[in-house]
Design a protein around this ligand. Structure first.
Ligand SMILES: Cc1ncc(COP(=O)(O)O)c(C=O)c1O
Length: 390
């Protein structure tokens, strides 16, 4: 492993602690480093690379889109791939409209604006987020993110956004009011917060509180959406229909893309000029996203993710039973967290040295996000490496 910092890396702003690996190629569920080392990838670029690397469908889509010669037009002109992708998202969800942008944080920013716009009153502008949340690093998304070390260096944050404890029913009820609340935002599975699957009952309660308060319920499915849990959207597994869903990460198949799915009530409050972005939903990224969508949205594909998820869950629970240092395993489909009684960084570094890529979700949780196309043999191999590192 090459641990020297390459001179070119010194020009980058050091906002990331990078692993000492220079990735040059990818194939299937493996990444290949400059020195030829192969790594089995259990991260998917943080829940992005659903189809792994060098997938023939994506390669063809990229080549076809490139040969049309139009990477970008601005949103002043119609382009077909974005329209088709929006139509596909609407057909397979609760939504009646889609807004495209470029990242998860941007999708959440847009959803907050849409909720405030649709609230109908200048007094009804509050956004309620939950303890343990992560919604992004831009100012409003950060204001809804529950991580003191991310927030405090940047105060004052955006007013009118508060974070409440979802386990405290009285606090939730006090926070969500008809007079003040525009929206409540929740990740059905909290990702950065430690892969915490929010109980279906809690999501139902949030739905009821939002209905009573005439507030929008936003599900942030940036990390857990797009087939990751074995259904296209995580909300499908809990029988709760949100008013908006935010997407990013896997949506663009590795190209930057975010989206807000909106129901008709919210969508009908939005006028031309209320919100915009230069790049959102451009023809190149949307063509690639659409090609990936056609693979992911196949019922057999989703069923295979559910089956692999159940298999993985069983294996992880057995692993937890064998190791005293494992406190809990949590997840659904192909998003899992292994919480240890101690910090996980050394386990992650050992796994890297043995050819397995995993990342953390908070100090004590190992996060597993393998590509959705992963096979059972690769899952087994990854688990063996991981167990040898515990
Ligand atoms: C649930 C969730 N929301 C929002 C974001 C922010 O997305 P982005 O990094 O694309 O801005 C993330 C990123 O990790 C996320 O996990």
């Amino acid at each position: 492993m090459n641990t020297a910092v390459a001179p070119e890396a010194q020009a980058l702003l050091p906002v990331y602690r990078r692993f000492p690996v220079v990735v040059v190629r990818g194939e299937g569920c493996e990444l290949v480093a400059e020195d030829g080392t192969r790594y089995l990838d259990f991260t998917s670029g943080i829940s992005v690379n659903a189809l792994g690397y060098n997938h023939p469908v994506l390669r063809r889509a990229i080549e076809t889109a490139a040969s049309a010669g139009v990477l970008h037009t601005s949103n002043f002109y119609r382009t077909l791939p974005g329209e088709e992708l929006a139509q596909a998202l609407v057909e397979r969800s609760f939504a009646s409209r889609v807004f495209f942008c470029n990242s998860g944080a941007e999708a959440n920013e847009a959803a907050f604006k849409f909720a405030r716009r649709a609230s109908g009153s200048p007094d009804k502008r509050e956004i309620v987020a939950l303890k343990g949340s992560f919604h992004g690093r831009t100012f409003a998304a950060l204001s809804a993110t529950d991580r003191p070390q991310y927030r405090e260096p940047f105060t004052p944050l955006v007013p009118g956004i508060r974070i409440v404890d979802p386990d405290n029913a009285a606090e939730l009820e006090r926070a969500i009011t008809k007079e003040r609340t525009a929206a409540v935002i929740a990740e059905p599975i909290q990702g950065e917060g430690g892969i915490k699957v929010l109980p279906g009952e809690l999501l139902k309660d949030l739905r009821e509180l939002c209905d009573e308060a005439e507030a929008a319920l936003i599900f942030d499915e940036v990390q857990c959406g797009m087939g990751r849990t074995g259904t296209l959207f995580a909300y499908e597994q809990v029988d709760v229909v949100p008013d908006m869903v935010t997407l990013a990460k896997a949506l663009g198949a590795g190209l930057p893309m975010g989206a807000v799915l909106l129901n008709e009530r919210i969508a009908s409050a939005i006028q031309p000029g209320d919100h915009a972005t230069t790049f959102g939903g451009g023809p190149f990224v949307a063509s690639v996203a659409l090609a990936q969508w056609r693979v992911i949205s196949e019922p057999d594909f989703l069923a295979s993710v559910r089956a692999k998820g159940e298999w993985l869950g069983t294996r992880l629970r057995a692993l937890a039973a064998r190791h005293e240092k494992v406190l809990e395993v949590r997840g659904r489909g192909l998003i899992w967290g292994i919480e240890l009684r101690e910090p996980v960084q050394s386990v992650i570094e050992r796994a890297l040295a043995r050819g397995l890529l995993v990342i953390s979700a908070g100090p004590n949780v190992i996060r597993l996000l393998p590509p959705l196309v992963i096979g059972y043999e690769e899952l087994s191999r990854g688990l063996e490496i991981l167990e040898s590192c515990l």
